[in-house]
Design a protein around this ligand. Structure first.
Ligand code: HPA
Ligand code: ZN
Length: 340
């Protein structure tokens, strides 16, 4: 298949994004603009200089830069502008539903109020729904390098916004911070009615995926690459049809894989795992949803049928109602019939 044909096919297919950190959509141009109006300094002198720093050997090297970037976000309008920029970008890419993470502790630890953060993000999401037709869910993620007490405090803050937040997640430095560290926090979150997800098996071992399932009672695994080290785990994930929110360009940029040609997605599909494709932190990893789809399609020679399956999976794995899912899946089926 030639590049133009496949690119057009990917661009046109309706998609849901399920693994996206809103702080990871902070494009350098917007970062400089917001820094200027807030009188905040950036360590780099220009957009180009900053972009040159985006070269990572592992997750931690990325996280250091990602948290530094978020430092210039101060006002509610900043969080609005960040979220709005993401929504307009993915709207062009035919992303029609998003379930996005925000990391409140990245901001509350710097003295920014939880309310400021969530109000800006939520107002943009509402405007995105009304003006761009993008439906959404919001997921509050705990930073796993911080302690349990800090996570409990954050959960407490979230209770005021229960109607705005659908689920809780777990991100940041994985190795050495296993899901078990947050078992009690997640038990409380479940009691309060939040759905749970967790990053597991990105750099951490398969054992962390077992813990996410058994201790945190997650309904999705974010990343999950390392499940392939453990046949029993693969069997369990396949039996449960537990979604994996896989992020190809993130995996490449953080050296989870050395080449997209070696990406485990085909193996995951072959093992009947419910795989979805997502962008994680698109401003840092060189691509939004369509670039991720295109990257793996070209590297792994995926067919239109396989791309269609991945797009269907994104809705199947979402937290939309069964009716909404059926509607989107039927739309994708029509698209495939008319475009292959
Ligand atoms: N892994 C862990 N934490 C993160 C990531 C990730 O890929 N992106 C933003 N925070
Ligand atoms: Zn992530």
């Amino acid at each position: 298949m030639n590049t133009t044909t496949i690119k057009k096919f990917i661009e046109g297919i309706p998609k849901a994004e399920l693994h996206l950190h809103i702080e990871g959509t902070f494009e350098p141009e917007l970062m400089f603009k917001i820094a200027k109006r807030n009188n905040k300094k950036i360590k780099y002198n220009s957009v180009d200089e900053l972009k040159k720093a985006y070269s990572f050997n592992n997750l931690q090297e990325f996280l250091d830069i990602y948290y530094a970037g978020a430092n210039v976000l101060i006002e509610e309008q900043d969080f609005y502008d960040l979220t709005w920029a993401y929504l307009t970008k993915v709207h062009e890419q035919n992303v029609v539903h998003v379930e996005i993470f925000f990391d409140p502790q990245t901001h509350t630890d710097r003295g920014i109020a939880f309310d400021t953060v969530i109000k800006g993000i939520y107002r943009a999401l509402q405007d995105g729904e009304q003006q761009l037709g993008i439906s959404f869910k919001l997921i509050m993620s705990f930073l796993r390098h911080l302690d349990e007490a800090s996570a409990f405090k954050t959960l407490e803050d979230a209770l005021t916004y229960k109607n705005w937040i659908s689920g809780v997640g777990l991100d940041s430095s994985e190795v050495g911070n296993p899901p078990s560290k947050f078992e009690r926090v997640f038990a409380k979150a479940l009691e309060e009615g939040f759905i749970t997800v967790a990053h597991a098996g990105e750099e951490g071992p398969a054992e962390y995926i077992w813990e996410a399932l058994d201790l945190l009672k997650v309904t999705r695994i974010d990343h999950g690459n390392r499940c392939l080290d453990d046949d029993k785990l693969v069997e369990r994930l396949a039996d449960l049809q537990m979604p994996l929110t896989v992020c190809p360009l993130s995996n490449l940029e953080l050296k989870v894989v050395t080449d997209l040609k070696d990406h485990p997605i085909p193996k995951m599909i072959e093992k009947n795992l419910l795989v979805t494709v997502n962008s994680d932190d698109p401003a840092y990893f060189g691509g939004y949803m369509n670039e991720n789809y295109l990257g793996i399609t070209q590297a792994l020679n995926l067919s239109k049928k396989q791309i269609t399956q991945l797009a269907k999976n994104s809705f199947k794995a979402s937290w939309l109602t069964d009716r909404e899912k059926e509607k989107r899946i039927a739309q994708i089926e029509d698209y495939f019939q008319n475009n292959h």
